[in-house]
Design a protein around this ligand. Structure first.
Ligand code: IVH
Length: 678
């Protein structure tokens, strides 16, 4: 017989450990350190070993204990586990709402929208608060008894806070990080990898040996009640689904925190759109949103079809993965010379677009995943991320697949391709490689760089192929005659392009530095450099140490900048840009006493050709003026560009002086960065 103090200490330890389990695994908000927790567990394990008669099935030591099974038993669910009808767009959600309201004869219905966790559906049965059985969904009527495996999941309570008899429905899942870690471990042990977190959850839950399941980082979110007995309830029975979720939390279950009550189907749609956008920000995978009528009385009135309840629907996100075949592997040469292998695929639709190419990143990636030409593969596309080959479906191999060999020479220029030791990326080292130039030009002209509208892939390729452009400075030497000779360039687009090129001269130092495509110099770094050095000449002379004085510039970036300016051909391009009128320095602010537009109020309407709206406003401010969005009696000037709006009429009515673009440029001295005193 165990002494009374031991009996009491064991009971006390179980209470304490239960509580900390709950803080850690359900609330994700631990109060004590892992070491303190381990100490408590050890004490309980030792006492139970000394007094085995004290062991109970709900003891926290009893999560893993059962011996391996021969096979799973089957269990009939107390209430069937139904599946859900699907909706794929707003119209289908609206149709669901209309049907629900019509059947109930009401004008509006409240819903609960919940994340649809991409895992494995299970049912947990408790008798008077004790976990007695856990089962998979099976065919909805009969599932497999996986009690001993579910017991190993720390967020599954073995004993509830109140002694209720209840069947709880939930989704067992694995977080993305845990899934990746598990696969890393399996790769190291030479075991086959799981394709995704859902498969690894399903595989882990269907282990005959619970000790294997216990090693897998499974978790659960509970989202519904299948059956609820009359006794042991802490308060009256829930009347709504949201109250049911609150009850589940109160009993000690882990409930997803993102469930929302929605007053209308518009709110539901907004919730769905939000999470379709934000799904990547969650640490686990979701494949949609489940929408449930909130009032439980309505559930009874709406009833079910043969397969699914009429009071709920699943909004399914567009799939982000698809299976297809790698027809060829080609290499792309980027603006830094990086030679990137790309898979040419049989076109497939993924998340709403057709995908026919996917990046393979580099040689190591292809080797690690053993991707061969002819392989059937899973392609992934998330949001606006470029499609990527995730893995090979090896079971579809025929033996006719061919391994890929990285070319030794650049496919664009024939130059040498070099892969420095310790680096994953192979590069074409020919500084005059036309493929690099095309990509460089596209970057140079891009919106946040020099913003040359109309200079995209097709035109950049044509300019390089026709040898009209050999470096960035050649852009500023282009003539209309040259441009109209190119395919698909008409008189008007040539004029527009030349205007855009002209306007790009005054973008300023920060954007120019970004546009040049110096390795590791992104927009923010370019802005810091411009603010610090004020001119490209000063920057070009800076040493690594001086560069590292600029906040946020570390040694790697500093070296990359110095390397860039060490190249004589880069210096030559910059000199040429300067001579051709490209602005390569920041403007010093005009001293207050000398500001010619001091106190003048400007309004701008229409599109200016020489600068953007923001640049015009900046120029006005630099010279002491202010800008506003609407014309009033206090307006001093209305600046009018192409296609002006109603502001022009208003200014005419009020007699406000009107400046066309030319007059405005004269006033500010030629351009956004021009010298007003000239
Ligand atoms: S409610 C009768 N809510 O999605 C209603 N299901 O067919 C039962 N799922 O495999 C489902 N998250 O396990 C519901 N918040 C959630 C869910 C959810 C995931 C799964 C469920 C089932 C499928 C629905």
């Amino acid at each position: 017989m165990a002494p009374r103090e031991v009996v009491e200490r064991v009971a006390q330890l179980r209470e304490i450990i239960h509580y900390h389990n709950y803080r850690y695994f359900v609330l994700d908000d631990p109060e004590i350190s892992d070491a303190e927790y381990d100490q408590l567990m050890r004490e309980l394990v030792e006492l139970e070993a000394a007094y085995p008669e004290l062991v109970t099935p709900d003891s926290p030591t009893q999560r893993v204990g059962a011996a391996p099974l021969e096979a799973f038993e089957t269990v009939r669910h107390r209430a069937p586990m139904m599946s859900l009808a699907n909706a794929f767009d707003r119209a289908e959600l609206e149709a669901f709402d209309a049907r629900v309201r019509r059947m109930l004869g009401v004008d509006s219905v409240e819903y609960v929208a919940e994340l649809k966790i991409d895992g494995v559906a299970v049912s947990l049965s408790y008798e008077e608060g004790l976990l007695v059985r856990g089962a998979t969904r099976g065919d909805g009527e009969v599932g497999e008894d996986v009690t001993q495996n579910l017991r190993t999941i720390r967020s599954v309570p073995l004993r509830l806070v109140h002694p209720v008899t209840i069947d709880v429905r939930g989704e067992v899942f694995m977080s993305r990080a845990d899934f990746e870690e598990l696969n890393r471990r399996r790769a190291a042990e030479g075991q086959p990898l799981f394709a995704n977190p859902r498969n690894s959850s399903a595989g882990s839950l269907r282990q005959l040996d619970p000790r294997v399941t216990a090693e897998r980082p499974l978790d659960i979110f509970c989202y519904g009640i299948g059956y609820l007995g009359e006794t042991g309830l802490p308060a009256k029975r829930p009347a709504t689904h949201s109250e049911a979720l609150e009850l589940l939390s109160e009993l000690g279950f882990k409930v997803n925190p993102h469930a929302r009550v929605c007053r209308s189907i518009d709110e539901v749609v907004a919730f769905c759109e939000h999470w379709e956008q934000q799904r990547r920000s969650l640490p686990y995978e979701i494949d949609g949103v489940v929408i449930k009528v909130n009032r439980l009385e309505y559930h009874d009135r709406l009833g079910t079809t043969a397969k699914s309840p009429r009071w709920a629907i699943a909004y399914k996100f567009a799939a982000e993965q698809a299976m297809t075949v790698v027809r060829e592997i080609v290499v792309n040469v980027g603006r830094t010379g990086a030679v990137t292998p790309m898979a040419i695929l049989d076109p497939v639709r993924i998340a709403g677009t057709t995908v026919s190419r996917a990046t393979l990143h580099n040689e190591d990636y292809i080797r690690d995943k053993d991707i061969r030409i002819g392989d059937t593969v899973i392609v992934h596309k998330a949001g606006d991320i470029i499609p990527e080959v995730v893995r090979v479906v090896t079971s579809k191999r025929t033996g006719a697949e061919r391994p890929f060999v990285m070319p030794k020479t650049c496919p664009a220029c024939g130059g040498e391709v070099v892969r420095p030791e310790g680096e994953a990326v192979a590069r074409c080292i020919n500084a005059r490689c036309p493929a690099q130039l095309v990509e460089g030009l596209i970057h140079f002209a891009s919106r946040n760089a020099m913003d040359i509208e109309g200079l995209g892939q097709a035109l950049a390729t044509a300019l390089v192929q026709q040898e009209l452009v050999k470096d960035f400075s050649d852009l500023y030497r282009l003539t209309k005659e040259q441009l109209v000779q190119l395919e698909r360039v008409g008189d008007k687009s040539a004029t527009n392009l030349l205007n855009a090129i002209e306007a790009s001269k005054s973008r300023g130092l920060a954007r120019l530095l970004y546009a040049l495509g110096i390795r590791l110099v992104g927009e923010e770094t370019a802005a810091s450099l411009a603010a610090h050095f004020k001119s490209i000449d000063a920057l070009a002379e800076a040493t690594v140490e001086q560069l590292m004085d600029v906040p946020e510039i570390g040694e790697k970036i500093a070296r990359s900048i110095v390397d860039y300016f060490d190249q004589p051909q880069n210096r030559a391009v910059i000199e040429a840009l300067k001579e051709l009128g490209v602005k390569t320095s920041e403007d010093a602010p005009v001293p207050v006493g000398e500001q010619p537009l001091a106190g003048k109020r400007f309004v701008i309407t229409g599109t200016l050709s020489a600068m953007t709206r923001q640049e015009a406003e900046a120029a006005i401010k630099r010279l002491g003026g202010t800008t506003s969005g609407s014309v009033s009696r206090n307006t001093d000037y209305l600046v009018v560009g192409a296609s002006p709006g109603s502001k022009l009429q208003r200014a005419q009515e009020l007699g406000v002086p009107i400046l066309d673009e030319e007059a405005f440029l004269n006033l500010i001295g030629g351009g956004p960065g021009g010298d007003h005193r000239a």
